[in-house]
Design a protein around this ligand. Structure first.
Ligand code: AMP
Ligand code: MN
Ligand code: MN
Ligand code: MN
Length: 262
């Protein structure tokens, strides 16, 4: 049984658990290694290390960076980074600020659609920090007020790319994200490659660019991906000579992702 999980989220981004709770769950699940990989922030890492001190669990410093490749949003997981490296810290700070601004724009768009004054409640779901606000917080809010019956539905109807409350983001481009990761001494992992809706040809083109810019790994066994997809990703990882990573993408109890360690 695998005993490592290299992808999960805490309430420092759009997870519902504190880093301390994640450490407890990881220990209960029998994990030896856990990478905390919040969206565009390393702020939860110190708490994770503190909680894991004196236990058998090893915390790996991680972050999941939102980036653009050929107008396509991709997620790059960075593992084993120095979370204090100035280039990485500055880059992530810009991404986080853009998140805060986008949140308010999404709230405006929802208001036009008749969902008024959602910002205070959404902000509260993000712990009161606008720079942590993700689309998942809006999705949770829309479920909470009974507007939709699942987060998936909230993305399909309002928040997904091209939907009425979607707001384009000035995420960094993939090559710049890879340069931050390299500077911070990390390993770059292409997150959930099958979740971008790319054709096999386009996915191969992404892997060519990712690898030639210094990317070293890709997620193969990821979240609740089906076996045939995982097999395809494994074949691609071998073909492109990328390390195969595994991670649950756990976000917490009320989110549609698998359990920590799965
Ligand atoms: P953001 O980084 O704020 O644009 O939000 C991206 C996050 O939204 C992802 O990491 C997921 O947690 C969540 N998400 C994206 N698509 C969906 C979906 N179809 N259903 C549920 N959650 C989603
Ligand atoms: Mn997320
Ligand atoms: Mn992701
Ligand atoms: Mn993730």
């Amino acid at each position: 049984m695998p005993s490592i999980d290299l992808h999960c989220h805490s309430l420092y981004s759009d997870g519902t658990q504190s880093p301390q709770q994640l450490v407890e769950q990881a220990l209960n699940a029998g994990l030896s290694h856990l990478a905390l990989t919040d969206h565009d922030t390393v702020l939860g890492l110190a708490e994770a290390h503190q909680a894991a001190q004196g236990t058998t669990l090893q915390i790996i410093n991680g972050v999941e960076i939102s980036a653009i490749w050929q107008q396509q949003l991709v997620h790059i997981i960075a593992l084993h980074i120095d979370p204090q490296h100035p280039l990485l810290v500055a880059g992530l700070a810009e991404q986080a600020q853009a998140r805060g601004k986008r949140g308010q724009l999404i709230a405006q768009k929802l208001a036009y659609l008749g969902i008024e004054d959602c910002w205070p409640a959404v902000l509260a779901l993000a712990g009161g920090d606008e720079n942590r606000v993700g689309r998942a917080h809006f999705a949770q809010y829309l479920v909470n007020i009974g507007r939709v019956n699942s987060q998936q539905r909230a993305f399909d109807k309002y928040l997904g790319a091209g939907k009425p409350a979607s707001v384009a983001m000035p995420w960094t481009d993939m090559l710049t994200a890879l340069s931050w990761i390299k500077a911070a001494g990390g390993i770059a992992v292409l997150a959930h490659p099958a979740r971008y809706g790319l054709s096999q040809t386009k996915l191969r083109a992404l892997l060519v660019d990712f690898k030639s810019a210094g990317g070293q790994a890709m997620e193969v066994s990821t979240a609740n991906e089906k076996v045939n997809i995982i097999q395809n990703l494994a074949t691609l990882a071998q073909r492109f000579e990328l390390y195969a990573s595994q991670g649950s993408d756990y976000h917490g109890t009320n989110m549609p992702w698998p359990k920590l360690g799965r």
